[in-house]
Design a protein around this ligand. Sequence first.
Ligand code: ASP
Length: 359
Amino acid sequence: MKSMAGIPILALMAAAAISSAAQTPHEAQPPHRWAIVLHGGAGVIERASMDPKTEAAYRASLKEAIEAGAKVLDGGGSSLDAIEASIHILEDDPLFNAGRGAVFTADGRNELDAAIMDGATLKAGAVAGVTRTRHPISLARAVMEKSQWVMLSGDGADAFAAHVGLEQVDPSFFFTERRWQSLVRELKKEGLPIPPRPAGAPPAPEAWNDSLPEPPDAHKYGTVGVVALDRQGNIAAGTSTGGLTAKRWGRIGDSPIIGAGTYASNQSCAVSATGTGEYFIRLGVAREICNLVYFRHMRVQQAADEVIHKELDAIHGDGGVIAITPDGQMAWSFNTSGMFRARIAEGGKLEIGVYNDEP
Ligand code: ASP
């Protein structure tokens, strides 16, 4: 029989059997109740201008996505797995500005950013400007777990995705007519040239009539993000986005920047942000909230409100955050008229919100 470090295997097996026999089923149950909070972007989202069918579709998508993450957590899965499960659904859902349904750059491309962070280890992974990887959140996770780096960008990031076996798609996979029409509107407003429709996109419709019409600026933003607490007591955060409509020159927002749009530490909290990325980068919003929790011992709701309603307001940035702590506090805070959001904790009730006059 082989041995490890001189200890016979049989002795190791006996020790393992004794330690598991010593745990009663009650003791084996970790003490933490799971919890999960999700956002689907913030912006000018007003009841008066929202079509009821569109609103119902958003609420149904938020429900489906949070339930996928909750199921993972309820089965004892990790916060990272829950985040990935929820974000996959949102990345595949054309209603959200992430994965399929992402907004277009001024030259008519979808350039996707994402980040994930593990609060237990402070490990993080991020990608910027990817164009061929179906699930950028999984690529961010692969960067965290399978490379020695934290952030990869552009073609190199897509090549790494292919290298680790993540699904690659033709860039036209991400095309949606709704986002294309938003780009055309935005470029006309800015007086910029309209690029040709991307290769592989369906032919231009004769007249564009959105079956789920949105308020015109609802998706100026529209990033998706999830923060979660698992039964082991570990928190994590993930964010995925197409960035801002008509972005140019390789612009990258806050979402993939650790500490700005995404942050997690078991010492304080996990945060995912959405809004005008430039302001979130300047304030280091996600880390700033966690610092208030850690150094000033604030409740996470108070910390999030402090940063969004005071610091972000003061520099005229707009958007919002979701946050969670290892002791199960959940928060959201935003200074826009709406933020698509949902949350649930083990044994609690599912809450879904869109406008700022909902709880
Ligand atoms: N924060 C993202 C960015 O600036 C956009 C968004 O949240 O919708 O890229």
